[in-house]
Design a protein around this ligand. Structure first.
Ligand code: BEZ
Length: 252
């Protein structure tokens, strides 16, 4: 099931996604003769940063709401709806960039094949997304609270793909890439709201867990998850999500 994005809420309360991604644009280091694809561009903030330095950038995202938001904020740039596991352009890109998107695509082999096919020879990929152990405390508690109320199928939902370095590097090598750099690191991420931090995060990103869950149970589960996580994820008056990032640079 596809997540329907509230791009206004995303821009207001979850802008940390693109704030953190700016450092990945520096890793990409776009040059003024390069053509770059931003895969899973969201509302386009990082696409715009890349566009300031590259010859051409195209942003694609599966969410029409996000593409609409990106086009209205950055009308001079090229944004298109597209699937990271099924895309094909007439041109080949010098680099493919992706921040905080690829954990949404469980068919990772198709993503790798598309990236390979759409790059020039020796083209580069620069990726960062959730890696093994990402948001583990939140997901574990959410599964416990769902199961406790009888929502077994929902508690077993596999919504995201958070691979280890070994698993993803191997998949890239099988797909024809040479991995130059791979790092898995903790990046506890401050959430915008001191009172509803975890609740907001789940409602923004994990709504699919509540498919066919009664409204009163959703409220109880959200309250319980946040309460149970307080000792671990609430520090000095702020909520943090226990993010773990997988950062990869590889060459075709
Ligand atoms: C992440 O950026 O790690 C993430 C965002 C939303 C859902 C799951 C993971």
């Amino acid at each position: 099931m596809d997540t329907i994005w509230d791009s206004k809420l995303y821009n207001e309360k979850h802008s940390f996604v693109s704030d953190y991604g700016a450092s990945l644009v520096d890793v990409l280091n776009p040059k003024d003769d390069e053509t770059i694809l931003d895969l899973g561009c969201g509302a386009g903030q990082l696409t715009a940063l890349i566009g300031e330095r590259a010859k051409l950038v195209i942003g694609i995202d599966k969410s029409p709401e996000m593409i609409r938001s990106a086009k209205s904020q950055f009308p001079e740039l090229d944004f298109q709806t597209g699937d990271a596991a099924a895309f094909n352009f007439d041109i080949k890109f010098d680099s493919i960039f992706s921040n905080a998107a690829l954990h949404w695509v469980t068919d990772y082999n198709s993503v790798i094949a598309c990236m390979y096919d759409n790059l020039v020879e020796r083209g580069k990929i620069v990726l960062e997304f959730g890696g093994k152990g990402n948001v583990q405390s939140i997901v574990d508690q959410l599964r416990i609270s769902l199961r406790k109320r009888g929502y077994k199928a929902q508690s077993e939902l596999l919504l995201w793909y958070f691979p280890s370095i070994a698993e993803y590097s191997n998949a890239l090598e099988v797909g024809g890439f040479e991995v130059a750099f791979a790092q898995l690191f903790d990046r506890p991420t401050e959430l915008a709201d001191e009172t509803t931090g975890i609740t907001d995060w789940i409602l923004m990103f994990g709504k699919a867990f509540f498919n066919r869950v009664r409204e009163e149970d959703i409220a109880a589960i959200l309250a319980e998850v946040q309460y149970e996580l307080k000792s671990k994820l609430f520090k000095n008056g702020k909520w943090y999500a226990d993010y773990k990032r997988l950062r990869i640079i590889a060459e075709k």
